[in-house]
Design a protein around this ligand. Structure first.
Ligand code: GLA
Length: 383
């Protein structure tokens, strides 16, 4: 855990004793309330930024290189600015940092040699966007206070992840890390990038339960799903040339009888977009029961139509749904492990925590992390 800024400052001093006084940047993780696997299909999502965040301390080093150290990984990397154009991924955490540095350079941002110290409170592999937070915090640190439009930061980080890290992710995680706002979830249209703040009913608590598993399969299935969505889109476009993304696809079009697995994937995307809309309306109306129903329907769709769940996550969802004060539960993020997100009555949180831990420990022998999530602000420099 990162304590106050002074604690990180002490670690920075210890690692880089000759450095001038550092500046500190923070970029949060996110939890997605509803709308998964819709972002790369120009669909709707409704995430919120969380308190857990990635922190980066940074100071000029007078060299023409970046020196980067991660307190969490106890591992570092050094790379020259001149070598960035030819940089190759190393297939570990450093790719997120080198990737954004390479993108900054490509975007024509003048880069200075700097020392970076990274420490994060976001659990890795939990589906809470620790990597997007690392990208955003590193970008701000490397900009070192120079101005870049927030939306440009988002696009730059997404490009780094798509092109350098090699994950064909959508825009949701980076967007939320930059644009999150305390007290509200963000309903984002991933086509127009218009977004609206949606306050959650006071009575409701958002709780993440970390299954503590991350199945290897996840990354390759993510790619496979992106490709299946492309394939079904192409088939639909042949009949309906006005369709340019799954966002334009209707349930009627899907009912036209493509007897083919990718149609199930598209059915998830089409129905999930409708659920995001309905969930946001229910949220504004304070209809907690309905919010819960959309939550759980979303999980079933990810489980059966999109097929990105796993036994541990299904267990956590089913077990949550039997508990008092739980209105709905679903997997959140890419799937194949990570967290479930649970919609609870605030008063029910302590009992829920105890029971879900007992149940999961009993069946899987694993102690899950249970995190109460409050909607937090997006990335910033620390004063
Ligand atoms: C990952 C990706 C996001 C999004 C989710 C699924 O978190 O990074 O872009 O596709 O999976 O909703």
């Amino acid at each position: 855990m990162v304590g106050p800024k002074t604690e990180l400052e002490a670690k920075f001093r210890a690692r880089y004793p000759a450095a001038p006084p550092p500046r500190f940047f923070r970029a949060p993780g996110r939890i997605n309330l509803i709308g998964d696997h819709t972002d790369y299909n120009e669909g709707l999502v409704m995430p919120m930024a969380i308190e857990s965040a990635c922190y980066v301390g940074v100071a000029d080093n007078g060299l023409d290189a970046f020196r980067v150290f991660s307190e969490d990984m106890q591992d570092g990397v050094e790379f020259r600015i001149a070598d960035l154009d030819a940089a190759k991924p190393r297939r570990n955490w450093t790719d997120y940092v080198i990737g954004v540095a390479a993108e900054l350079k490509r975007a024509g941002v003048p880069l200075k040699g700097r020392d970076l110290l990274i420490e994060s409170t976001i659990p890795v592999g939990a589906g809470l966007s620790s990597s997007a937070a690392l990208e955003v915090a590193s970008t701000l640190a490397m900009l070192g206070g120079s101005r870049m439009e927030p939306l440009e930061v988002v696009h730059l980080c997404q490009r780094a992840e798509n092109d350098f890290v090699g994950v064909p992710c959508g825009i949701m995680d980076q967007f939320t890390s930059v644009f999150g706002r305390a007290g509200v979830a963000i309903k984002l249209d991933c086509r127009s990038l218009e977004y609206e703040p949606v306050p959650l009913p006071r009575k409701v608590a958002i709780v993440a339960v970390n299954s503590m598993v991350k199945h290897e399969l996840g990354a390759s299935v993510y790619r496979e799903r992106v490709n299946e969505c492309k394939a079904v889109l192409q088939a639909i476009t042949e009949k309906h040339p006005e369709v340019t993304s799954l966002r334009d696809v209707t349930a009627d079009m899907l009912a036209e009888g493509y007897n083919w697995v990718p149609v199930k994937r598209a059915r998830h995307v089409v129905s999930e977009n409708m659920r995001v809309q309905a969930f946001a309306n229910a949220c504004r109306a304070g209809s907690i029961q309905s919010m819960g129903v959309y939550f759980t329907q979303s999980h079933r769709s990810l489980q059966h139509d999109y097929e990105v769940s796993c036994p541990e996550i299904d267990f956590l969802v089913d077990s949550a749904l039997t508990q008092n004060g739980c209105f709905g539960a679903r997997l959140t993020g890419g799937g194949f492990g990570g967290c479930t997100v649970n919609l609870l009555n605030r008063d029910a949180v302590p009992d829920f925590r105890t029971r879900i831990r007992e149940a999961y420990r009993y069946s899987y022998g694993i102690d899950p992390q249970v995190l109460l999530c409050e909607p937090g602000n997006g990335a910033s420099m620390l004063a």
